[in-house]
Write a new protein. Sequence first.
Length: 502
Amino acid sequence: MIAQKPEFEIWFVTGSQDLYGPATLEQVAKDSQVVVKGLNAAGTVPYPIVWKPTVRSAEEISAVCEAATADRKCAGVITWMHTFSPAKMWIRGLLVLGKPLLQFHTQFHRDLPWGSIDMDYMNLHQSAHGDREYGHITARLGLKRSIIAGHWQDKETQRRLGAWSRVAGAVTEGRSGRYVRFGDNMREVAVTDGDKVAAQIQLGWSINSYGVGELVKRVNAVTPAQVDKLLEEYKKTYVIAPELLNTPKQLERLKVQARLEIAIEAFLVEGKYLAFTTSFEDLYGLDQLPGLAAQRLMAKGYGFAGEGDWKTAALVRAVKLMGEGLSGATSFMEDYTYHLEGGKEMVLGSHMLEICPSIAAGPVKIEIHPLGIGGKDDPARLVFNAAPGEATNASLVEFGDRFRLLVNEVKTIAVPHEMPKLPVAQAMWIPYPDFRTGLEGWIWSGGAHHTAYSTAVGAEMLQMYADQLGLEYVCIGKTSTLESVRQTLAVQELLAHKGNFR
Ligand code: MN
């Protein structure tokens, strides 16, 4: 289970009006309860869906929107117009709604009752025009929202509802999310820096630094018994060469990472932090850069990024929460080195240490090697190959007046040749739509070298995440061309100057 798991629920609100009389409204209420029960039973939404009484007036609509906004457990609101619900009644409520909004465009009955359909039936099942009236006002208000159309019993519709609910959870968690940085950004680096106040205004993320000395204090307080207990877990979970365990100096190096893991985790739990960053340039008083420690905390569900990169650390957490329980996994990632053989080009993704073992296929080894950077002692790290499959790389970058969520769909492949001297975990992928377009599109878009890499969360969810937060969204995907990416960038540039994306 993911660390710091939020206890959320999703509210289901059905819109109508008093025009129809009590018998019809009773039927509307019954039908929407059946829908909620069916969606809960489908199991695609990871949080309980809570039925709310039908809203029939501006007063009732405002009341439910205000309650949703105030309720800490409410991650988002699904709205459905079973009948016609005049949308001027919705303006007041929608303007105060502070939770992710889904317009669920469905109808109670899947099939027309061909032999018996009459005007009463038509008047009860009005989503086809009721949701359009409602959709007009959400469009006119320019609300941040998602839209899903389809019958509520359809498997694909249920899957998409699940995807939206996952996004709603990540958005709402972020609204009050706390993130800690040990030290500052790597000096002189542009893309990992940025405006933390702007991020808090738009995403809610509260990002604060602590001097690494705070960590040193906690590392020194870790007891030998705690370390021994964790070492037993390492031995059970990973492949460790006997020479490592039998060489006192190497064993001591491994224990340094165990102490770091215990100390950082205690800090995160105590402060209710969802993600953290470290910096190899700011390790004063620590013996090693957290490697194994950062990897294991990521595997528990914490977000992480290196070199003080708070945007990627918080994004890794959001993507981990979105993907929780789905097949696939999520890690901090960096585009490291290319293979440029004509027709077989690919990207070797890795980091100096910190790739999450949740993405591994095959054995995960603990190894100790020099870092070659930062001037500290040799850190232990987990070394493995990433599982092949369809994946996404997502990068949140800042342009001064806005944040851009940039996504590249990629295909991760089995490593074609062993790399016995590579001292770190790795993933190997080919960008979509092709290697050259993937790279040129990314660089035109100003994307970072750091990403949230995921085989669990695809572009569909990432786009919903951007929609719900009002982030600029650019995807280099299977059907993209360099022209389509550059046109998107040009249009977004104009929209940004009009004040969108904030
Ligand atoms: Mn890096």
